[in-house]
Design a protein around this ligand. Sequence first.
Ligand code: NAP
Length: 259
Amino acid sequence: MDLGIRGKWAIVCASSKGLGRGCAEALAAEGVNLVINARSDAPLQDTAAAIRAAYGVEVHAIAGDITSEAGRAAVLAACPAPDILVNNAGGPPPGMWTDWARDDFIKALDANMLTPIALIQAVVPGMMERGWGRVVNITSQSVKAPLAVLGLSNSARAGLTGFVAGTSRQIAGKGVIMNNLLPGSHATDRIASLDQRVSQQQGISEAEARAARQAANPTGRDGTAAEFGAMCAFLCSVHVGYMVGQNVLLDGGGVNATM
Ligand code: NAP
């Protein structure tokens, strides 16, 4: 299937590795030029070079913290009028609800709710003027089925989900389509760090923690960044013009629900 987005420009936030990189690579495979971003410059430059070599698209690599105003300004300066925006950032740390103070919530809200909203506000008006745009927000399975230890994430992502539900319907008439993509357990450094925490808490090895988590999933495995990226690219394609404000769950059937 031709996704119809060759030659377009995408900002993919937090994308030197993991799910963001999976999205960047899948878009590049469709001929989309990229602005990629992460805080550490060296791995980001390596990712940019690898994507240029593999797909022959233009890639600008902008190092900076996307949750800071300066980081967002640098990314937007590199691509003020993108056709596609993929919102992503690191997830908040796990913990216990009794331990989180106001500042912990503010930090989580900044990273996983207010940062994507700021970027949407920065680029969507231009997309609406030009009559075409795609926004994909990477959120989490926890929006549908909360993970108690990730209460900071549950809270911030629920806020973004509410914003997207209303806003996506205000912009669709101008050709700008916005949806959320919800990862379950995908094989990235993030999930490895969560396995590490379980192994410490339960006195088991990291491999045992991972095996137990995977055994509980109907597929018996983790998702891959490539699978995740392929769905992201489809959500950025010409074919999703009638799909507005949806929460697309990629979790191997982990959330046990009929709908
Ligand atoms: P990951 O493998 O740890 O990769 C995170 C990427 O984002 C890296 O490139 C990292 O580079 C960059 N990054 C992190 N914080 C950043 C910031 N403030 N500004 C700019 N770049 C930043 O994580 P992942 O598994 O791909 O997860 C991506 C998102 O999906 C997270 O919000 C995570 O909570 C969520 N999620 C993941 C899963 C899963 O199974 N993997 C499940 C549910 C939700 P630098 O460190 O150099 O900045």
